[in-house]
Design a protein around this ligand. Sequence first.
Ligand code: CMX
Ligand code: CO
Length: 142
Amino acid sequence: MLTRIDHIGIACFDLDKTVEFYRATYGFEVFHTEVNEEQGVREAMLKINETSDGGASYLQLLEPTREDSTVAKWLAKNGEGVHHIAFGTADVDGDAEAIRGKGVRVLYDQPRTGSMGSRITFLHPKDCHGVLTELVTSNPEH
Ligand code: CMX
Ligand code: CO
């Protein structure tokens, strides 16, 4: 069951400048940064709020690490902006299978590693009314 907004993914050309915008404008501080080579991104997670199920909600600021990454391709076409939304669930495997059974393309056979040791998968935006949608089971150690 999808129980919360885990994060909103925002693509940017310059992560440091974008982090500074969110800090100076809204007072949001960086909770975590990492490079995910598989996804081709350098990212900063800004925690917005805790949630009632023990997870949290974040903004995920994304800068591409290589030209052939999905985010680099998207930025070249669209410029900066909202790239995807992510729903939190305790069971990404079960929810992905259930959604696949409804005829929505799930991009990975098995969930992969996301921010802070989470397990993630994506639904194709063309099957979701134009919204690239991520499912996330967070790692309880974070
Ligand atoms: N939101 C909405 N639509 C999108 C999109 C997005 N983020 N990315 C691509 N599309 C649309 C394109 O506009 C295009 O539509 P048209 O044919 O109407 O022009 C269509 O989908 C195909 O796009 P494309 O540019 O040819 O891109 P690809 O098919 O190569 O890749 C996708 C699209 C969704 C398969 C790819 O972006 C993907 O695998 N995404 C999941 C992984 C990811 O996004 N990782 C980065 C974030 C990591 C994280 O969150 O931790
Ligand atoms: Co994401």
